[in-house]
Design a protein around this ligand. Structure first.
Ligand SMILES: [Zn+2]
Length: 347
């Protein structure tokens, strides 16, 4: 059995359609009204969108029901599914805590309420039923005001046991006019000793080299090998890892075919840049991590050795994985021990 690390998954996009549908039926039947049946809902929920912006709209549907009360329900099911169906041993779950607070409250009060959200997600993630290690990444958001984003960074620093990093999400097309502000926020995060990742170089509109030096990992980053391969040596020198989420680029219209990912992997491998393969929104896509792996093999985008290398580096770049090795070595040790005991008995 292989065990995997997932480094890029959004809490909002992590709910598989079946779970969301059942939640609506039990708690929000009004939200099932527009759909004739489950199949119609699944079709609506998982169909490709034309742009990243349109795709991100769908997150608001899930965010609206992931309230303080409902979060433990969703997180328990998420971890259960991740362990049973995806063989995850380690999961970094990202979200914007501000967007889980009631939107009728004034900004300052919503900022205060974020603490509670981080605690709820943290407690729900520390369940003992399934042996999976889960940590939070708090996402600043490109559409939220400076004060909110700064409070998100400070909150991350206050909860080192629950939160392993900060991110910037919300669509990279509008970074431009606020670039200086975002650079400053990332600088502040690094000053506070926080780990950093950020959605960057995901689409051709989201390429801002000014942010690169502040990131320890790059959310997507596929436009670097595709359009700016001259940047790869410095990415390698900084030891930055790309979080590549294959299905996303088809769902957002960023790529037309998975074949276009071949140069992404080839150029990164040639330059010594690590890639962790991730799902981004496994629920929204209805594609779990092992299927992302298998699809890359099926379309001959990477070979088996390269896949294993990507799986291994995911543990190495995980912000909170506490061991030197991936779980495979622990299992191997355990099995060999058992074998030698049995051989001993046979003699
Ligand atoms: Zn993402």
């Amino acid at each position: 059995m292989s065990l995997y690390a997932e480094l890029h998954r959004h809490l909002g996009g992590s709910v598989v359609p079946r779970i969301l549908w059942r939640y609506f039926q039990r708690n929000r039947p009004d939200l099932t009204q527009p759909f004739a049946d489950y199949a119609a809902f699944e079709q609506f929920y998982t169909q490709p969108r034309k742009t990243l912006a349109e795709y991100l709209e769908l997150h608001t549907l899930v965010e609206s029901v992931q309230t303080q009360e409902a979060l433990p329900y969703f997180i328990y099911r998420l971890l259960r599914g991740a362990y049973v169906f995806e063989n995850l041993a380690y999961l970094e779950l990202r979200y914007t805590p501000y967007l889980r607070t009631p939107d009728y409250l004034p900004q300052t009060e919503r900022i205060d309420r974020m603490t509670e959200i981080v605690e709820i997600v943290g407690r729900a993630s520390q369940q003992s039923e399934y042996p999976i290690m889960a940590r939070q990444i708090l996402c600043m958001h490109s559409r939220l005001p400076y004060e909110v984003n700064r409070a998100i960074v400070e909150l991350a620093a206050q909860y080192p046991d629950y939160v392993c990093a900060v991110d910037m999400a919300g669509g990279d097309a509008q970074y431009g006019e606020r670039l200086e502000e975002f650079v400053q926020l990332y600088g502040y995060a690094r000053e506070l000793g926080l780990n950093t990742t950020g959605h960057l170089y995901e689409t051709p509109q989201g390429c801002y080299p000014e942010l690169l030096p502040y990131l320890m990992r790059i959310g997507h980053g596929i436009q670097i090998p595709l359009q700016y391969p001259h940047l790869l040596p410095e990415i390698a020198a900084r030891g930055q890892c790309l979080e590549v989420c294959p299905t996303t680029y088809l769902k957002t219209g960023t790529l037309d075919s998975l074949q276009q990912l071949r140069p992404v992997f080839d150029r990164c491998f040639d330059a010594g840049v690590d890639i962790a393969i991730c799902t981004d929104n496994a629920g929204l896509h209805n594609v779990r991590l092992p299927f992302e792996y298998e699809t890359l093999l099926t379309y001959d985008i990477i070979g088996f050795d390269e896949l294993q290398r990507c799986q291994e580096v995911a543990f190495r770049h995980a912000f909170a994985w506490p061991h030197d090795h991936q779980p495979r070595s622990l299992l191997t040790g355990l099995l060999q021990e058992q074998d030698s005991v049995e051989i001993g008995v046979g003699h």
